[in-house]
Design a protein around this ligand. Sequence first.
Ligand code: ZN
Length: 202
Amino acid sequence: MKEIAAGFERFRREAFPPRAELFRRLATSHTPNALFIGCSDARVVPELITQREPGELFVIRTAGNLVPPYGQDADGIAASIEYAVNALGVADIIVCGHSACGAMTALATGTDMSALPATATWLRHADASRALLDAAPAAEDRVSALVRSNVRAQLANLRTHPSVVRALARHEVALHGWVYDIGSGRIETVDAETGAAAPLTV
Ligand code: ZN
């Protein structure tokens, strides 16, 4: 905890002053142009890997970057998606999976989840991700394949949210699937329909 408080001190001393004008503007204005849905994993930092400043990315992070489909009981994730699309008018939504994802590893390897009942229930939102997965031989290949199919499945879940459906119909939003590789810093795009992967290009 000491390191975290010391980090805040360093932020105030070194990071805040050169951005004072930006923060002054942000104090009364919130106009991010993209919604980034990533994993809670500490190694995947949306603003760092996309080099965004405060105010530029609206972020939702969940275990396994899972997006529950829209349902009767609106949760915090549904509310955040709706707010980003309807109120903030984001032009792009990125669902970003990552290498060595603990959630996907647990599912791909059939880890015993009896000590993690809430996690086990939450991971049911990846049932379709598993169903999309073709048989892959080695365990490591299976995790990578599941990370990709999970991005596709969560993009499909995103399309069940009325705000997203409406914005897509009006061509006001575009959906993107990404997989970030922790060890190399590379990002691959994942085609929502075919699952084809390609390096992210500008
Ligand atoms: Zn993860």
